[in-house]
Design a protein around this ligand. Structure first.
Ligand code: FMN
Length: 218
């Protein structure tokens, strides 16, 4: 479906509500627009402010910027044109074993004076003990949930910076892992094309809130 000639809406504001309203999944991009790594990093720096389970930040990013690598990804991602036309594709990955970084993370927190060394030790030991005994499936679920949160924040940050995105689940994850040498402990959450959109995404349509909302108990 390709029904609009409307351009993606450029925003003259970073007001949260305007950004959330105007972000759309954009599938047409200017293939000549190159993004500086510094701009991509700025967007990612905002994305990683997202919350995560026990603040373990299991997200990892593979930024695919080389055209040849994007061409390699194209058939793996159902030949979706945004793969090759957007400035970059960001593969958001989840690290199932991110809990192993608990000491590094909680030492940072303690250094900021937000926690005594003693409490820090207690937290770290409890995380290592709990997460270390979780079944793989649960670890995977946690990293996928946190990966979703960081992805959303990435897309909103991009929109606030004047860029467009589209999240993608339509790709062969196993083939992606193989081709891009993704290490075993990481699993793909989604791919996100990021760049200068040339055509607006579809106007938002959502189920009425009343259809998806209940109060207190089902
Ligand atoms: C996890 C996930 C996977 C998606 N996969 C694809 C995809 O493979 N290709 C695509 O064009 N859009 C994909 N989308 C985009 C959705 O179609 C889009 O978010 C939805 O239609 C709502 O439109 P909006 O993002 O413009 O609000 C995906 C979205 C999500 C959240």
């Amino acid at each position: 479906m390709d029904t609009t000639t409307e351009q993606p809406k450029g925003l003259d504001t970073t007001d949260f509500f305007a950004v959330a309203k105007e972000r759309r999944s954009v599938r047409q991009y200017d293939p000549n627009h190159k993004m500086e790594r510094s701009e991509i990093k700025e967007i990612l720096e905002t994305a990683i402010l997202a919350p995560s389970s026990s603040n373990l930040q299991p997200w990892r990013f593979l930024v695919i910027e080389d055209q040849t690598a994007k061409e390699e990804l194209l058939p793996i991602a159902n030949n979706q044109k945004q793969i090759v036309d957007a400035s970059v594709v960001i593969a958001v990955l989840g690290d199932k074993y991110a809990y192993k970084n608990a000491d590094q993370i909680y030492t940072q927190i303690a250094k900021k004076g937000n926690m005594s060394d003693e409490i820090k030790e207690m937290y770290v030991n409890s995380i290592l003990d709990n997460y270390g005994n979780f079944p793989e499936e649960r670890l995977s679920k946690i990293s996928l949930i946190d990966g979703g949160l960081v992805s959303m924040q990435l897309m909103l940050a991009a929109k606030a910076k004047g860029y467009d995105t589209v999240p993608m689940g339509g790709y062969d994850a196993d083939e992606f892992v193989k081709t891009f040498n993704v290490p075993n402990h990481l699993e793909p959450v989604m791919l996100i094309s990021l760049g200068k959109g040339t055509k607006a995404g579809f106007e938002k349509t959502r189920l009425p809130l009343e259809d998806v909302l209940e109060w207190n108990k089902y």
